[in-house]
Design a protein around this ligand. Structure first.
Ligand code: UDP
Length: 267
């Protein structure tokens, strides 16, 4: 099994500035950085020293599948400064591709770790997304968890297209160094990608339903299900409407396996 050297620590190996990461592994041509949680947080901290937008994509199989089906999602994954393996399905897809990723770096866990560092380092944070009442409840919880965090602004996620420019302008004015976007994937990732040029230098991360969890409106799967790689099943059982989204998971994994078998038979 191939393994990227230095991967787990997120060391510089491609010489693209202080926040440059270890080389990604490729799953059906889509990059995923082989990072531990510690390595991902270290990369975020290094990115705070830089004058650019550092887009973080916490990728599950659904997003990778969207990356094959939707050209813009494919581009944003390829151009993303950091792509982490959000779900157990991505670890499996990597194994089927002949790589080993060190561990899951789930969006919710990465968000909490980034907020902890932001509080410690005095980094300002802007939150965009979720229903207005969910956002307020999540912010109240965040203030409890991180009482010294510098909150420089927030906006709920139910805005019209014509309001987008004003929201981006407000973010620019507030100059957050950490921008948390919770519009669901891949919409949140597209939002960051489309506004990359107007945004102030910051770490911009899509966090899916994390604000709902912080607000107590949604729950994460029990630890044993997370460890068994069954978080997707828990979310499906609680929200059966997700069925229309999760069917892509086995299709994607079969595609990965098919490519591996085809490569094996040519060798
Ligand atoms: N959301 C939003 N605006 C929208 C649609 C969704 O702010 O137009 C929010 C929604 O309220 C929720 C999050 O985006 O807080 C999506 O959560 P979900 O669990 O569907 O995302 P996933 O983790 O699957 O990407």
């Amino acid at each position: 099994m191939k393994r990227s050297s230095d991967a787990a620590g997120g060391q510089e190996t491609n010489g693209q500035g202080p926040a440059a990461l270890c080389r990604p592994v490729e799953i059906l041509g889509l990059p995923v950085h082989p990072l531990t949680m510690e390595g991902a947080v270290a990369a975020i901290c290094r990115a705070w020293q830089e004058e650019r937008v550092f887009q973080v994509i916490t990728a599950n199989v659904e997003i990778l599948a969207a990356g094959l089906a939707d050209g813009e999602v494919g581009r944003l994954i390829r151009e993303g400064e950091m792509v982490t393996a959000d779900g157990a399905g991505v670890l499996l897809a990597a194994r089927l591709s002949g790589f080993s990723l060190p561990e899951r770096v789930a969006g919710y866990d990465l968000l909490l770790a980034a907020l902890k560092e932001a509080e410690r380092q005095g980094v300002s944070v802007f939150f965009l997304g979720a229903r207005p009442e969910v956002l307020q409840a999540a912010l109240a919880r965040i203030r409890e968890l991180f009482p010294h965090l510098l909150l420089c602004g927030s906006h709920h996620g139910y805005f019209r297209e014509e309001e987008e420019a004003a929201i981006a302008a407000e973010i620019k004015l507030r100059r957050p160094r950490l921008l948390v976007v919770a519009l669901g994937a891949p919409r949140q990732d597209k939002w960051i990608y489309r506004h990359k040029r107007e945004l102030p230098p910051c770490v911009a991360m899509g966090v899916g339903g994390s604000l709902d969890v912080l607000a107590g409106k949604a729950r994460r799967a029990p630890r044993w299900m997370q460890r068994a790689g069954l978080e997707w099943l828990y979310r499906l059982l609680r929200q059966p409407s997700r069925l229309a989204r999760v069917y892509v998971i086995p299709l994607f994994l079969f595609k990965v396996l098919g490519k591996r078998l085809a490569a094996g038979s040519r060798a």
